[in-house]
Ligand binder design. Structure first.
Ligand code: UD1
Ligand code: CA
Length: 487
């Protein structure tokens, strides 16, 4: 028999119970769509081909599937006449020479399905003489599922759907997960024989089981201990249950791999996140997308990082970050907002109430307090004073600011881009820097300080402020009466 493996993923159903403009299988769990998880499991088998059946909102679903599996075969089911009809369309979309080997049918809404389980099921089917095998589960509440009907010898006789089940059959706890494996030759002959004489008037894929038995062939059942793996989400309540369960599994895996997670109940980690050994995740953290965290880094509490690379030994406290790179040993937060294109060098610092965007901040450079750094390049070892604004937007275009290596800029500066501050340069407090500063120069732009003596006593007479001023002048305390002075 051929080693060909075809995986057919069914995703034509409407998923109306989601009550969403987003098609059911596109709803995300742990950073991937539900069908993305199923396709991930399917591709881990290195199948010869994957066929996806799309129908409802196929203009949404089709391109999503193609982006994940570029060589997928998309088959279109115009009207949803049942799972048997959907598989027939998938099967007939393949050229005759591809209709060989083993065929696995899965549905697009079982995000917890693991590749290892699918692999074990395929091996079970291949090593048997059964023409069709069913992945089954034993569940406490079988209502709604197709039931596995076994004969006196324990062999599988049929799958009976909920609506067609007798009272006695309805009590059977073994259910059809919806995942089946077929010999291609059997599938070829059985699909055209499926009828729709049932309570739903649909072509049931599950009727292939009874037809196999009628042919005198045998049917296998492979029971998966972990029934959650084959559970689908039909509405958002079930989606949340599956998402929580997947998160629990992901956290469990990372903790076994040497990551400290202080509070699993408030930690969310997406499926594609990568964590090194001895990472510590404090309470209230979401690590999303393709986030990568290096060894000994500490993230949290209360931080959300999406597609962020955190270097080894870095500390990220109460931070929201997206598409950013944080260097090894760097510190970020508390209350920092790292927007796309932020790159903080090794041992650098982005401190409290600092927003950064499209900014390369060099090794050891620091932006410690209350600043906006947009479209900037800050050289290594530079220090940006508290309350600095990189004025990157002139209302029409965005411009870049360059701060040289080891430059020290003072508090409350505004850099009006495009502008360059040279290496080792300095600025005075409150400066608005509009022109380039040569290396090593001190730039000041605020005017000299002037004093209008006894201004308060004259203009705010009768106030507590004026009284305090007069008292201080009378006692000779403080600098009152000193000569008007500049800086
Ligand atoms: C199906 C099984 C049932 C099993 C259950 C497991 C059949 C007849 N019944 O029932 O034994 O216990 O799954 O969840 O197979 N789909 C299409 N085109 C269609 C109809 C369905 O692509 O015309 C897709 C759906 O999008 C879904 C999958 O097939 O991904 C299963 O369809 P669904 O309607 O959910 O089947 P169930 O009634 O749950
Ligand atoms: Ca279903």
């Amino acid at each position: 028999m051929s080693d060909d493996l075809t995986v057919i993923v069914l995703a034509a159903g409407g998923g109306t119970r989601m009550k969403s403009k987003t098609m059911k299988v596109l709803h995300p769990i742990a950073g991937r769509s539900m069908i993305g998880h199923v396709l991930h499991a399917a591709t881990s088998l290195s199948p010869t081909r994957i066929v996806a059946v799309v129908g409802n909102q196929r203009e949404q679903v089709g391109p999503h599937i193609e982006a994940l599996v570029p060589d997928v075969v998309l088959a279109v089911q115009e009207s949803q006449n049942g799972t048997g009809h959907a598989v027939r369309i998938a099967w007939e979309s393949l050229p005759p020479e591809a209709r060989t080997g083993t065929v696995v049918v899965a549905s697009g809404d079982t995000p917890l399905l693991r590749g290892e389980s699918l692999q074990a099921f395929v091996e079970f089917h291949r090593s048997s003489r059964d023409v069709v095998s069913i992945l089954t589960g034993i569940v406490a509440r079988p209502h709604g599922y197709g039931r596995i009907v076994r004969g006196a010898d324990g062999g599988v006789e049929a799958i009976v759907e909920q609506k067609d089940a007798t009272e006695e059959q309805a009590r059977i706890a073994e259910i059809n997960s919806g995942i089946l494996a077929f010999d291609a030759a059997f599938l070829d002959t059985v699909l055209p024989r499926l009828g729709n004489q049932n309570a739903n008037g649909e072509y049931y894929l599950t009727d292939t089981v009874g037809l196999a038995r009628a042919d005198g062939s045998t049917v296998g059942a492979f029971t998966l201990e972990d029934v959650m793996e084959t559970e689908g989400a039909n509405d958002r309540a079930q989606l949340a249950v599956l998402a929580a369960e997947m998160n629990r599994r992901i956290l469990d895996r990372w903790m076994r791999d040497g990551v400290t997670i202080i509070d699993p109940s408030s930690t969310w980690i997406d499926a594609d996140v990568q964590l090194a050994q001895d990472v510590t995740v404090l309470p209230g953290v979401q690590l999303l997308g393709a986030t990568v965290v290096g060894e000994d880094a500490v993230v949290g509490p209360d931080s959300t990082l999406k597609d962020v690379e955190v270097g080894a030994g870095a500390k990220v406290v109460r931070t929201h970050g997206e598409l950013a790179v944080i260097g090894a040993g760097a510190t970020v937060g508390p209350f920092s907002y790292l927007r796309p294109g932020t790159e903080l060098g090794a041992d650098g610092k982005i401190g409290a109430f600092v927003e950064t965007k499209n900014a390369r901040i060099g090794d050891g450079a620091k932006v410690p307090h209350l600043s906006y750094v947009g479209d900037a390049e800050i050289g290594e070892g530079a220090n940006i004073g508290a309350g600095t604004i990189f004025a990157n937007y002139d209302g029409v275009n965005k411009h870049r600011t360059v701060i040289g290596a080891h430059a020290k800029t003072a508090s409350n500066n505004t850099f009006v881009a495009p502008v360059t501050v040279g290496d080792g340069a300095a600025t005075g407090a409150g400066s608005v820097i509009r022109r380039d500063v040569p290396p090593g120069a001190l730039a000041v732009s605020s005017g000299p300080q002037r004093h209008f003596d006894e201004w308060v006593q004259k203009r705010r007479a009768g106030t507590a402020q004026a009284k305090a001023a007069a008292d201080a002048a009378g006692s000779g305390a403080g600098p009152a009466g000193a000569a008007p002075s500049g800086e």
